[in-house]
Design a protein around this ligand. Sequence first.
Ligand code: PMP
Length: 342
Amino acid sequence: MQYVNSLLDLIGNTPLLRLSRALITPEEPTFDPATAPMVLAKVEYLNPGGSVKDRIATRMIEAAEASGELQPGGTIVEPTSGNTGVGLAMVAQAKGYKCVFVCPDKVSEDKRNVLKAYGAEVVVCPTAVAPEHPDSYYNVSDRLSSQPGAWKPDQYSNPNNPRSHYETTGPEIWAQTEGKITHFVCGVGTGGTISGIGRYLKEQNPDVQVIGADPAGSVYSGGSGRPYLVEGVGEDFWPDCYDRTVADRIIEVSDADSFHYTRRLAREEALLVGGSSGMAAYAAMQLAHELAGTPEGENAVIVVLLPDSGRGYLTKVFNDEWLGQYGFLAARDSQTVGEVLR
Ligand code: PMP
């Protein structure tokens, strides 16, 4: 019989999927995609919690158990509303811990309900109060995490976040490409993914190029932290988990391009992924376009990491009204069957 005893045994070992060369700027009539390098997607929504964050949740919890910071029956408290929450809730359930997530009231009810469905408690804080107010997001999470038995993973500064990628995702990519990877592309949020994978790959081969994709406005690409719409990536501060020495280059991607590529991945590759995946894919395709036809491009193998599924964004990226209200709904994003066939 083939089975696993725990859902946690299904974390990692995600596949690499070759993306179509047709994704590389076909708008340009003179461009010949046949000369373009291979682009492989690391499909992280196939983790059991639906995102790359299952990896860091496992590693952060196991390390806290080992150090004694997290005791049997303890409570995990983290300010998160997204994928990290799901990963933590899943691992906590398997190991008998309680979870309390603190999130601002702007977080959609759907996201809160996902966390509750896993058995976590969700504490919602008003956005319209100053950070020093006792009900603010920051103060509530600090107060809860200082209770006896509580432990706060803090994905932004926890070294086990990048370490999980150094120990699992990086070696998987190296083995799956038989060491032929030449470029690695991913989005940057906490910086854990790029720092852990980037460091591992460069230790195997210092010539591997590590490229961060970043929403226009975020600090990694030189922005001031001004708002953007793509979720899970970009920051308005420099987290401890981000190793500033690892990226060879940061490619800035607009919301419009991120969402356009998110839709293309669903429509052309049947990959229903989130906006940060579209952003990373856009950067990878830009890179492939630059390398096409060059000597460096001939044997280039670009790996791009796609962090999560598009299911969590059906009312946003995949909703024409939502996309349209920001002026991002180009004709190319909303073609009907009739228009495509014409
Ligand atoms: N995409 C999504 C959807 C995410 O939730 C995150 C994590 N914030 C990232 C990308 C970026 O990964 P990292 O935090 O490891 O930089």
